[in-house]
Design a protein around this ligand. Structure first.
Ligand SMILES: CC(C)(COP(=O)(O)OP(=O)(O)OC[C@H]1O[C@@H](n2cnc3c(N)ncnc32)[C@H](O)[C@@H]1OP(=O)(O)O)[C@@H](O)C(=O)NCCC(=O)NCCS
Length: 178
């Protein structure tokens, strides 16, 4: 599904507001249904956000609405990914296709990394699919390095109550937030 293409130039990027999510934003994370299958995953992430266990960032440009998202787990059950003290895990990062390659993703990462520094977190980790070389290059340029292979196996219950199994071999990357 698509939304209106951005106007020429990239001045619109400067008008994008990167902020923490509100409950009323949740339906827009499904885009036009493409990500409806993650409804429960996002609702669960929102519950954890309310509890202070994670952060859900969105990029909003008023003429169109939400253009992107990135979530951060502060606490989880894998200390090599996040430990609630000084290590946080970035996931569910995406920008609407029409709005990619204008610097918005990098801008979102700037906001996320600076916010974690203010929270006194010193490390940020993420898993990136092995075939997603473009994202790997973006992370590498920002100072992330590959530290381990990840089998990328997980499952979730979709919006129709069906279990979905995911197998997406990945690389774990991390960066020290100086
Ligand atoms: C990964 C993703 C979030 C990056 O978002 P983005 O907004 O495209 O990121 P940026 O624009 O900051 O950077 C991407 C490219 O644009 C380039 N760019 C940055 N500023 C730019 C500008 N002002 N004008 C043109 N290009 C620019 C960057 O150099 C980068 O180049 P590269 O493709 O050679 O790496 C986006 O591509 C996406 O949603 N992908 C699908 C989901 C995904 O793979 N998520 C990551 C999972 S780990």
């Amino acid at each position: 599904m698509s939304v209106a293409a951005p106007p020429a130039g990239r001045t619109w990027v400067d008008e994008v507001h990167i902020r923490l999510i509100q409950e009323s934003d949740l339906p827009a994370l499904e885009w036009e249904g493409e990500f409806a299958h993650f409804r429960r995953v996002y609702a669960d992430a929102f519950r954890r956000f309310i509890l202070g266990l994670n952060l859900m960032w969105v990029a909003e440009w008023p003429p169109v609405g939400l253009l992107g998202q990135v979530f951060i787990q502060l606490e989880c059950d894998r200390p090599e990914l996040c430990n609630g003290i000084d290590r946080a895990y970035l996931y569910a990062f995406r920008i609407r296709p029409e709005y990619r390659n204008y610097g918005l993703g990098g801008k979102m990462m700037d906001v996320v990394e600076n916010d974690l520094r203010l929270r006194d977190f010193h490390w940020i980790t993420l898993n990136v699919a092995r075939e997603n070389t473009k994202a790997q290059e973006l992370y590498a340029r920002r100072g992330y390095r590959i530290v381990a292979p990840e089998p990328g196996r997980w499952s979730y219950i979709d919006h129709k109550g069906h279990i979905r199994e995911v197998v997406e071999p990945a690389w774990r990357m991390e960066k020290r937030l100086s």
